[in-house]
Design a protein around this ligand. Structure first.
Ligand SMILES: C[S@@+](CC[C@H](N)C(=O)[O-])C[C@H]1O[C@@H](n2cnc3c(N)ncnc32)[C@H](O)[C@@H]1O
Length: 257
C-alpha cells in the first residue's frame, strides 16, 4: 500500500496524544492521519477492491446515501451496524462531559467517535486500518465532527501517558488478539490492550463491550466481576484487572494472569 507521508515535528499540535519520547515512531499522512510505523495487524469488513469506489464516492456524495447504495442490500449486517444510531448506546452508560478527552479503540466507521465529538469531547479514533480511517475522515467531515485519526494497534501505539479521560473498546476488544504471536492467548492480548489503554487514561477508566467503568463502580462483561470495583480498575469483555498489574505499564504481568 502506498502511503503519502510527511515529516512530523515534535511541536506539531496534531500529535498531542503521542508520547513525546516516541515521536520518531509516528508519521503523518498528507490527510493528517497519524500513523504508528511499528503497528502490525489487519482487519477487513469489506473487500479490498471496494475501498477505492467507496472513498471516491464519499469524496463527493452524502455518506448515508453512499452506504445505502453500496451495502443496504449487499451487506445488510455491515449497513445496519454502521448506520444504526443504537450502536452508540454504550455512551449512555458513560460519564462524558464537554471537553472530555476520549480514545475510541477500533473506531471503525466512527459510530462512537462521531457522536462523542459532536457532544463536545476531544476524540482520538484509533484503528488498525488506514483505509477505514480515510473513510471516517470523509464521514466525520460531512458530520462536522473534528476527530484526531490514528492508525495503529492498541498493543503498540505510543500514546502519551495520562492523556485520556476515558477509553472505549466498542466491538473491538474481541479483535485485538488477531495476529497475535505464537504462544500468546487472546485473553493475554485483551489484558495487555486494557492495560495500555488504562495507562493512556488519566484514571484507568476503560469501557469494553458490555462493560462500563467509572471511579466507583463497574458493570462488567461476560464471565468477569459483577460487583463494584475500586478506583483504577478496568473492565472489558471477558477480562478484568487492576491497575497495580496492568495500568501502570506492566503488560507482561497482565499477560501472566
Ligand atoms: C467490529 S469493528 C468495531 C467498530 C466500531 N467501534 C463499532 O462500534 O462498530 C472492530 C474495529 O477494531 C479495529 N481493531 C481490531 N484490532 C485492533 C487493534 N489491535 N488495535 C486497534 N484497532 C483494532 C478494527 O480495525 C475494526 O475497525
Amino acid at each position: 500500500m502506498l502511503v503519502d507521508r510527511m515529516e512530523t515535528s515534535a511541536d506539531s499540535s496534531e500529535l498531542w496524544f503521542v508520547d513525546p519520547s516516541h515521536l520518531d515512531s509516528v508519521t503523518t499522512t498528507k490527510e493528517g492521519i497519524v500513523v504508528d510505523s511499528q503497528s502490525a495487524g489487519t482487519y477487513s469488513d469489506i473487500p479490498a477492491e471496494q475501498t477505492k469506489t467507496l472513498l471516491s464516492r464519499l469524496a463527493s456524495q452524502p455518506w448515508r446515501q453512499v452506504l445505502k447504495d453500496l451495502y443496504e442490500q449487499q451487506n445488510s449486517w455491515l449497513y445496519r451496524i454502521v448506520t444504526d444510531p443504537s450502536r452508540a448506546m454504550p455512551m449512555e452508560l458513560l460519564d462524558f462531559h464537554v471537553g472530555s478527552c476520549c480514545l475510541d479503540v477500533g473506531s471503525g466507521w466512527g459510530q462512537l467517535s462521531i457522536p462523542m465529538s459532536l457532544g463536545g469531547c476531544r476524540v482520538v479514533a484509533l484503528d488498525l486500518t488506514l483505509e477505514r480511517l480515510r473513510v471516517l475522515r470523509y464521514i466525520s467531515g460531512q458530520e462536522g465532527a473534528d476527530i484526531a485519526l490514528a492508525k495503529g494497534n492498541v498493543l503498540t501505539f505510543p500514546f502519551r501517558p495520562d492523556t485520556f479521560d476515558i477509553a472505549l473498546f466498542n466491538g473491538a476488544l474481541e479483535w485485538v488478539g488477531t495476529g497475535r504471536g505464537v504462544g500468546q492467548t487472546i485473553r493475554q492480548c485483551q489484558l495487555a490492550a486494557l492495560g495500555r489503554a488504562a495507562r493512556a487514561g488519566q484514571r484507568g477508566r476503560v469501557s469494553g463491550d458490555g462493560a462500563a467503568h467509572d471511579r466507583r463502580r463497574a458493570a462488567v462483561g461476560r464471565g468477569v466481576e459483577s460487583s463494584p470495583a475500586p478506583a483504577g480498575r478496568v473492565a472489558g469483555d471477558g477480562a478484568v484487572l487492576d491497575e497495580r498489574r496492568a495500568g501502570r505499564g506492566d503488560e507482561d504481568s497482565a499477560a501472566s494472569l
